[in-house]
Every structure is written in C-alpha cells, then in structure tokens.
Design a protein around this ligand. Sequence first.
Ligand code: CAA
Length: 260
Amino acid sequence: DTKYEYLIVGVKGEKQNVGLIQLNRPRAFNSLCSPLIAELCQAVEKFEMDDSIGAIVLTGSERVFAAGADIKEMQHREFPNVYKNDFLGSWDKLAKCRKPTIAAVNGYALGGGCEVAMMCDIIYAGEKASFGQPEINLGTIPGAGGTQRLVRAIGKSKAMELVLTGDKMSAAEAEKAGLVSKVFPVDQLVNESIKLAEKISSHSRVASMMCKDAVNTSFEVGLTEGLKFEKRLFHSTFATADRKEGMTAFLEKRPPKYTD
Ligand code: CAA
C-alpha cells in the first residue's frame, strides 16, 4: 500500500465503495506544497482506477481544509521558473477525475484550498467553514481556478468582491450563494459526506460518470452543443446492462443490481 507523507487515505462506507482522502499537513495549515499536490493526484488516480470505488470524498481537518498554496515555497520563485514548469498546472488532475468527487470542508478553504474544493463536484461544509481567495493580499491573483470556477458558482458580483478584497465568506453565506450545497455541524460533516458518496456509489457507475461528464460539459460549450452531447450520452446508456436493469427493476418493484 502506498505511504503518504501529507495525506491519510482510506476506503469507507458499508460496502467499502467510497474513497476518503484527508489532507494532513497540520503544521502548515494544510497548505498545498508541490509534494502534497503530487500525492493528492496519485491518490485520486488510484481511486479512479479502483473498480470498487464509486465516489471520492476529499477533506482536511476540523480546523482547516487547506490554507492555499504554500507561501514559503512560492516566496523566492521567479517568473521563468514558474512559467517553464507550469507551476500549479498539475492541480488539474483533480478537476479531471471522471468519478464523482465531494469536498467536505471544515475550517478555512482559502486561495488554493477554495480552488481545490471547487474542483470537486459537490461541496459540503461544516458550520465553521470559511471560503476566500486572499491572493490579492499577497500581491498576486488566484492561479488554480479562483477567477473562473468561483464566478460560475456564485456569479460575477460576489466573486469579484471576494477576489478583489480577499475577504472570507462564511459557510452560511456560501450555502446561500450556491457554492456549497449543504452545511452540517462540524463533527458530522465527514460522515454526511461519506453517506452522500455511498448513495452516489449505489447507482450505476457508468451512468453517474456520464452525469458528471454531461454537467461539466455545460461549462464548456453552448446550449445547442451541450444538449446534443447530453442526448448522445443518454442514447448511449441504451447500450448498457445497467439501463435495462434500472428500468426493469423499477417495473418489477425491486431494487436494481448494477453491473457495468
Ligand atoms: N502557506 C504556507 N504556510 C502557511 C499558509 C500558507 N498558505 N497558511 C498558513 N501557514 C502557516 C503560517 O505561516 C503559520 O506557520 P508558523 O507557525 O510556522 O508561523 C501557521 O501556518 C499558522 O498560521 P497563522 O499563524 O497565520 O494562523 P492563524 O490561525 O492566525 O490564521 C489563516 C490562519 C487565516 C489560515 C492564515 O494562516 C492565513 O491567512 N493564511 C494564508 C492564506 C492565504 O493567503 N492563502 C492563499 C495562498 S496563495 C494561493 O493559494 C495561490 C493559488 O491561487 C493557488
């Protein structure tokens, strides 16, 4: 089994079908140094390839989800180096994961922490969570999606305000704005997120991956193209055993048994 320095990784759920990844760099407020991101990409890829896993939960500690990219690591870097190495480029792996992902955010999700949460498909938050893009306070700007995904999640005015001021948004505000889908007491958040992941895992794998693919396509293409893509994927479910099983089970009034 892989040993991680900055992560705690395990399999959860009654049916052992949920991958749980916990960011674990407590001395640096879970700041996202390059080796941590490399481990995160590796852990996500392993769950992605594991047929028994239907959904992935990403969390931090009760105090902090992640306080952003590692400021110590960035302090002395120069333009040619970050440009040539495409600094932060590897973070995309998480956004490209094809299985459903849930961010369970307790405490701070700032800068890169907020951006990593937004790379997940669903965000659940603990009551004391806070979200923000404080890069402006460091003389820089968000570099892993903060100016793009936040706008799509909460609209221009709120996103612009957060990015231009560096102010934090509470869990309650984030839920109202649509960044977060539900808020839970701090000590129940991870369990509730695992329950959600178990529910997602109980459905047809192929169908849930297609749902994710289709929803994410809505961010990339115009409505006509998006509707066409959705329709073609829908048609393609008629080539799966799960589609036949799902409809047959409904009509026979019994629970479905998915195999694809
Ligand atoms: N990078 C490196 N170290 C960090 C860090 C970060 N992003 N955030 C916190 N730390 C470290 C602090 O330096 C401190 O270390 P020492 O104990 O060695 O001094 C330790 O974590 C605890 O931090 P604080 O003493 O500041 O704790 P606090 O409770 O007073 O405040 C906080 C907590 C509000 C999260 C505050 O630490 C903070 O504002 N952190 C920076 C947040 C930030 O600016 N994030 C954006 C980074 S840039 C980025 O992410 C770019 C991108 O788009 C990807």
